[in-house]
Design a binder for this molecule. Structure first.
Ligand SMILES: NC(=O)c1ccc[n+]([C@@H]2O[C@H](COP(=O)([O-])OP(=O)(O)OC[C@H]3O[C@@H](n4cnc5c(N)ncnc54)[C@H](O)[C@@H]3O)[C@@H](O)[C@H]2O)c1
Length: 251
């Protein structure tokens, strides 16, 4: 992204093995950040980090399950042990199993909430505290239009988790403002990733028909907004929610 530099910064991206997280890691590396790619899928995240290194970037893969506070602590400690600092956190990892209200179990409810929302709370706290010493920091939370609409295609709990991310963004923005750590959120519409592959084609077509731009987003288009929020260009924004959805929802 021309005009933006993250040289010298260290960025941690969760869910970075594929999809939006991988695109964010690539885009941050392209503007000069050293990137820690975290994912529960060890083989895939190591491959993704290797691809960034092959293109001249600095990247470290760390396999952790971000539903666990103990693993989150190990993730932040591993980042600091390798790079000595942490400047940018992208809370991206998320799951969206399609389960109806009637079909939802306690186990699935907890898994969705713990992956999508609990992780954002504990990782923002742990990573934000690690950013304090430099007096500069960025936390970018990945929500969804579902957080605005309540979800349309069997995504009730997912969408509630994404609405929770919007709320937490505002609380953490206030909490870390005295440390010059800004906290913002993006709410993507429908993006062309594996997460959407569990949606029947007819539902996908219906979703696209509601988008004024009449297409899905590519992960790289979302990643550009993440890079902006991670940069000095966003210096006077905090607690904001950016809708990146082709016009599908205009709150
Ligand atoms: N694809 C879309 O249309 C869309 C739209 C709006 C928001 N989003 C959000 O964007 C984010 C990324 O989605 P995506 O489409 O790239 O999905 P994806 O399924 O392609 O990638 C998600 C990644 O998160 C990882 N992950 C899942 N659980 C984890 C855990 N417990 N610990 C660590 N890593 C874990 C997965 O292994 C995977 O690599 C999610 O938060 C999703 O809700 C996606």
């Amino acid at each position: 992204m021309s005009g933006v530099s993250a040289t010298g910064r260290v960025a941690l991206v969760t869910g970075a093995a594929r999809g939006l997280g991988a695109a964010a890691a690539v885009a941050l590396a392209e503007v000069g950040a050293s990137v820690v790619l975290c994912d529960i899928d060890q083989a895939e995240v190591e491959d993704q980090a290797a691809r960034i290194r092959a293109n001249g970037g600095s990247a470290l893969a760390l396999a952790h399950d971000i539903t666990s506070l103990a693993e989150i602590k190990r993730l932040v400690a591993g980042t600091l042990a390798h790079y000595g600092r942490l400047d940018i956190l992208v809370n991206n990892a998320g799951i969206c199993p399609r389960i109806s209200i009637e079909g939802m179990t306690e186990e699935s409810y907890d898994r969705i909430m713990n992956t999508n929302l609990r992780s954002v709370f504990f990782l923002s706290r742990e990573a934000g505290n690690a950013m304090k010493p430099t007096g500069w920091g960025r936390i970018i939370n990945v929500s969804s239009t579902g957080g605005r609409t309540g979800g349309i295609f069997n995504a009730t709990v997912y969408s509630a988790s994404k609405a929770g991310i919007m709320s937490m963004t505002k609380a953490f923005a206030r909490h870390f403002a005295p440390d010059n750590i800004i906290v913002n959120c993006i709410a993507p519409g429908t993006v062309n990733t594996r997460l959407m592959s569990n949606l029947p084609q007819a539902s996908l077509d219906a979703a696209v028909s509601q988008v004024p731009l009449k297409r899905l987003a590519e992960p790289s288009e979302i990643a550009k907004v993440i890079v902006f929020l991670a940069s000095d260009l966003a210096s006077y924004m905090t607690g904001a929610i950016l809708d990146v959805n082709g016009g599908a929802v205009m709150p």
